[in-house]
Design a protein around this ligand. Structure first.
Ligand code: ASP
Ligand code: MG
Length: 404
């Protein structure tokens, strides 16, 4: 008998009717002779609605209470789903994060899972129950409720799958799989049959919203084969795994893009006094995530440092830097908003020089100015103006023939 973990996202449980369909799928797996765990998100856009209400109260809502609030979304879904399963004649039990034994570090709103005590889930499975677990939430050793960051239900599912050594873990969502790029913007995007953990991790981190990046990290570390597929259809989705079975002929496998990026530039008082490490220490202490960093020094004695952040972090970033302007020896601060990051990803890049050049050429041919560049073994990212973002993605999709 196999153990199957299925995760259903918000759109797949947005109505009682859809919860019924999700229940049918759980029952189908059960009838195949499997032990079944279902992880669910909050219904539809309900997390967004909760966030909006909190923001009516405060620009910076208290983090503990925010987790208390947001964790209610998933709790509604688990109760309704377990109820539905029972109504359909199948024994089931709903479990919140703490009931399911999902212990996290003591960080509100973006906690990492520290440990899973799966004993309660296991006893329920032993009783033949379908176990319905609230995604996105956990508890700390001090008994506080935490959440795992937006989209974190994926991570709950993969973490449970690894803790219990599941045969199968599927993320059931509103798209049929992982695409070469976002099909809502690039019409000839193609569904991928398979993709490696590393490629998926890059794509997820670069803004491809289909999976929570940490879920891919988990899957990779514990070698859990992961499937991304459409919720209520039979069609196979995309398999995410270590090695691909087919010979990979494409150097670039996918294109990710993301807007709402801002570049911050620090002009140093003098190049002898560049407090680079202090700047990033300060930002880290304030939980500000920095992405691409470029340090430039000219012969004229002036130096500057540019880095990108999410635009939502701009106010906090400027506040932190302004406050320590003297200490950090900053002459002037500048920022440029309405930027976007467009990236190409593919394992084949490691052994294929010239891919970056091809990328820059395609952008240049389309008159898209490149503002910043960063590379790793299997990706090249460029920062462009937000208004060029989709056009850049399309140009690169064509350049690397991802529609074929
Ligand atoms: N409900 C949470 C969110 O909207 C978690 C999830 O859906 O994965 O971010
Ligand atoms: Mg999601």
């Amino acid at each position: 008998m196999g153990l199957v973990v299925l995760k259903f996202g918000g759109t797949s449980v947005s109505t009682v009717d859809k919860i019924g369909k999700t229940a049918d799928q759980a029952i189908y797996e059960k009838k195949q002779g499997n032990r079944v765990i279902i992880v669910v998100s909050a219904m539809g856009k309900s997390t967004d609605k909760l966030v909006a209400m909190a923001e009516e109260i405060s620009e910076t809502p208290d983090k503990r209470e925010m987790d208390m609030l947001l964790s209610t979304g998933e709790q509604i879904t688990i109760a309704l789903l377990a109820m539905t399963l029972k109504e359909k004649g199948h024994d089931a039990i709903s479990l919140t994060g703490w009931q399911a034994g999902i212990e996290t570090e003591a960080v509100h709103s973006n906690a990492r899972i520290a440990e899973i005590d799966s004993s309660r889930i296991e006893s329920a499975l032993d009783l033949g129950q379908i176990v319905v677990v609230a995604g996105f939430q956990g508890f700390t050793s001090d008994g506080e409720i935490t959440t795992l960051g937006r989209g974190g239900s994926d991570t709950t599912a993969v973490a449970i799958a690894s803790a219990l050594n599941a045969e199968k873990c599927a993320i059931c969502t509103d798209v049929v799989g992982v695409f070469t790029t976002d099909p809502r913007y690039v019409k000839n995007a193609q569904k991928l049959e398979q993709i490696t953990y590393d490629e998926m991790l890059e794509l997820a981190n670069l803004g491809a919203g289909v999976l929570h990046p940490r879920s891919v990290e988990y899957a990779k570390n514990f070698r859990i084969p992961l499937e991304v597929r459409a919720s209520h259809e039979k069609e196979p989705g995309t398999m995410i795994k270590e090695d691909l079975t087919m010979e990979n002929t494409k150097v670039v496998r996918g294109i990710a893009f993301e807007d709402q990026i801002t570049r911050v530039t620090i002009h140093w008082k003098q190049k002898e006094a560049m407090r680079v490490s202090k700047v990033f220490t300060k930002l880290a202490e304030n939980n500000i995530d920095v992405d691409i960093i470029i340090q430039g020094i000219t012969g004229l004695g002036h130096g500057n440092l540019s880095f990108t952040i999410k635009t939502s972090a701009l106010l906090a970033t400027l506040a932190v830097l302004e406050e320590s302007k003297e200490l950090l020896q900053i002459e002037k601060l500048e920022s440029e908003q309405e930027l976007a990051k467009v990236s190409i990803v593919g394992s084949g890049m490691v052994s294929n020089p010239g891919v970056a050049a091809q990328m820059f050429e395609a952008l240049t041919e389309n008159n898209i100015p490149i503002k910043m560049i960063s590379t790793s073994e299997i990706k090249v990212s460029t920062v462009v103006s937000a208004r060029n973002m989709v056009e850049a993605a399309q140009a690169l999709h064509d350049q690397f023939e991802l529609d074929k």
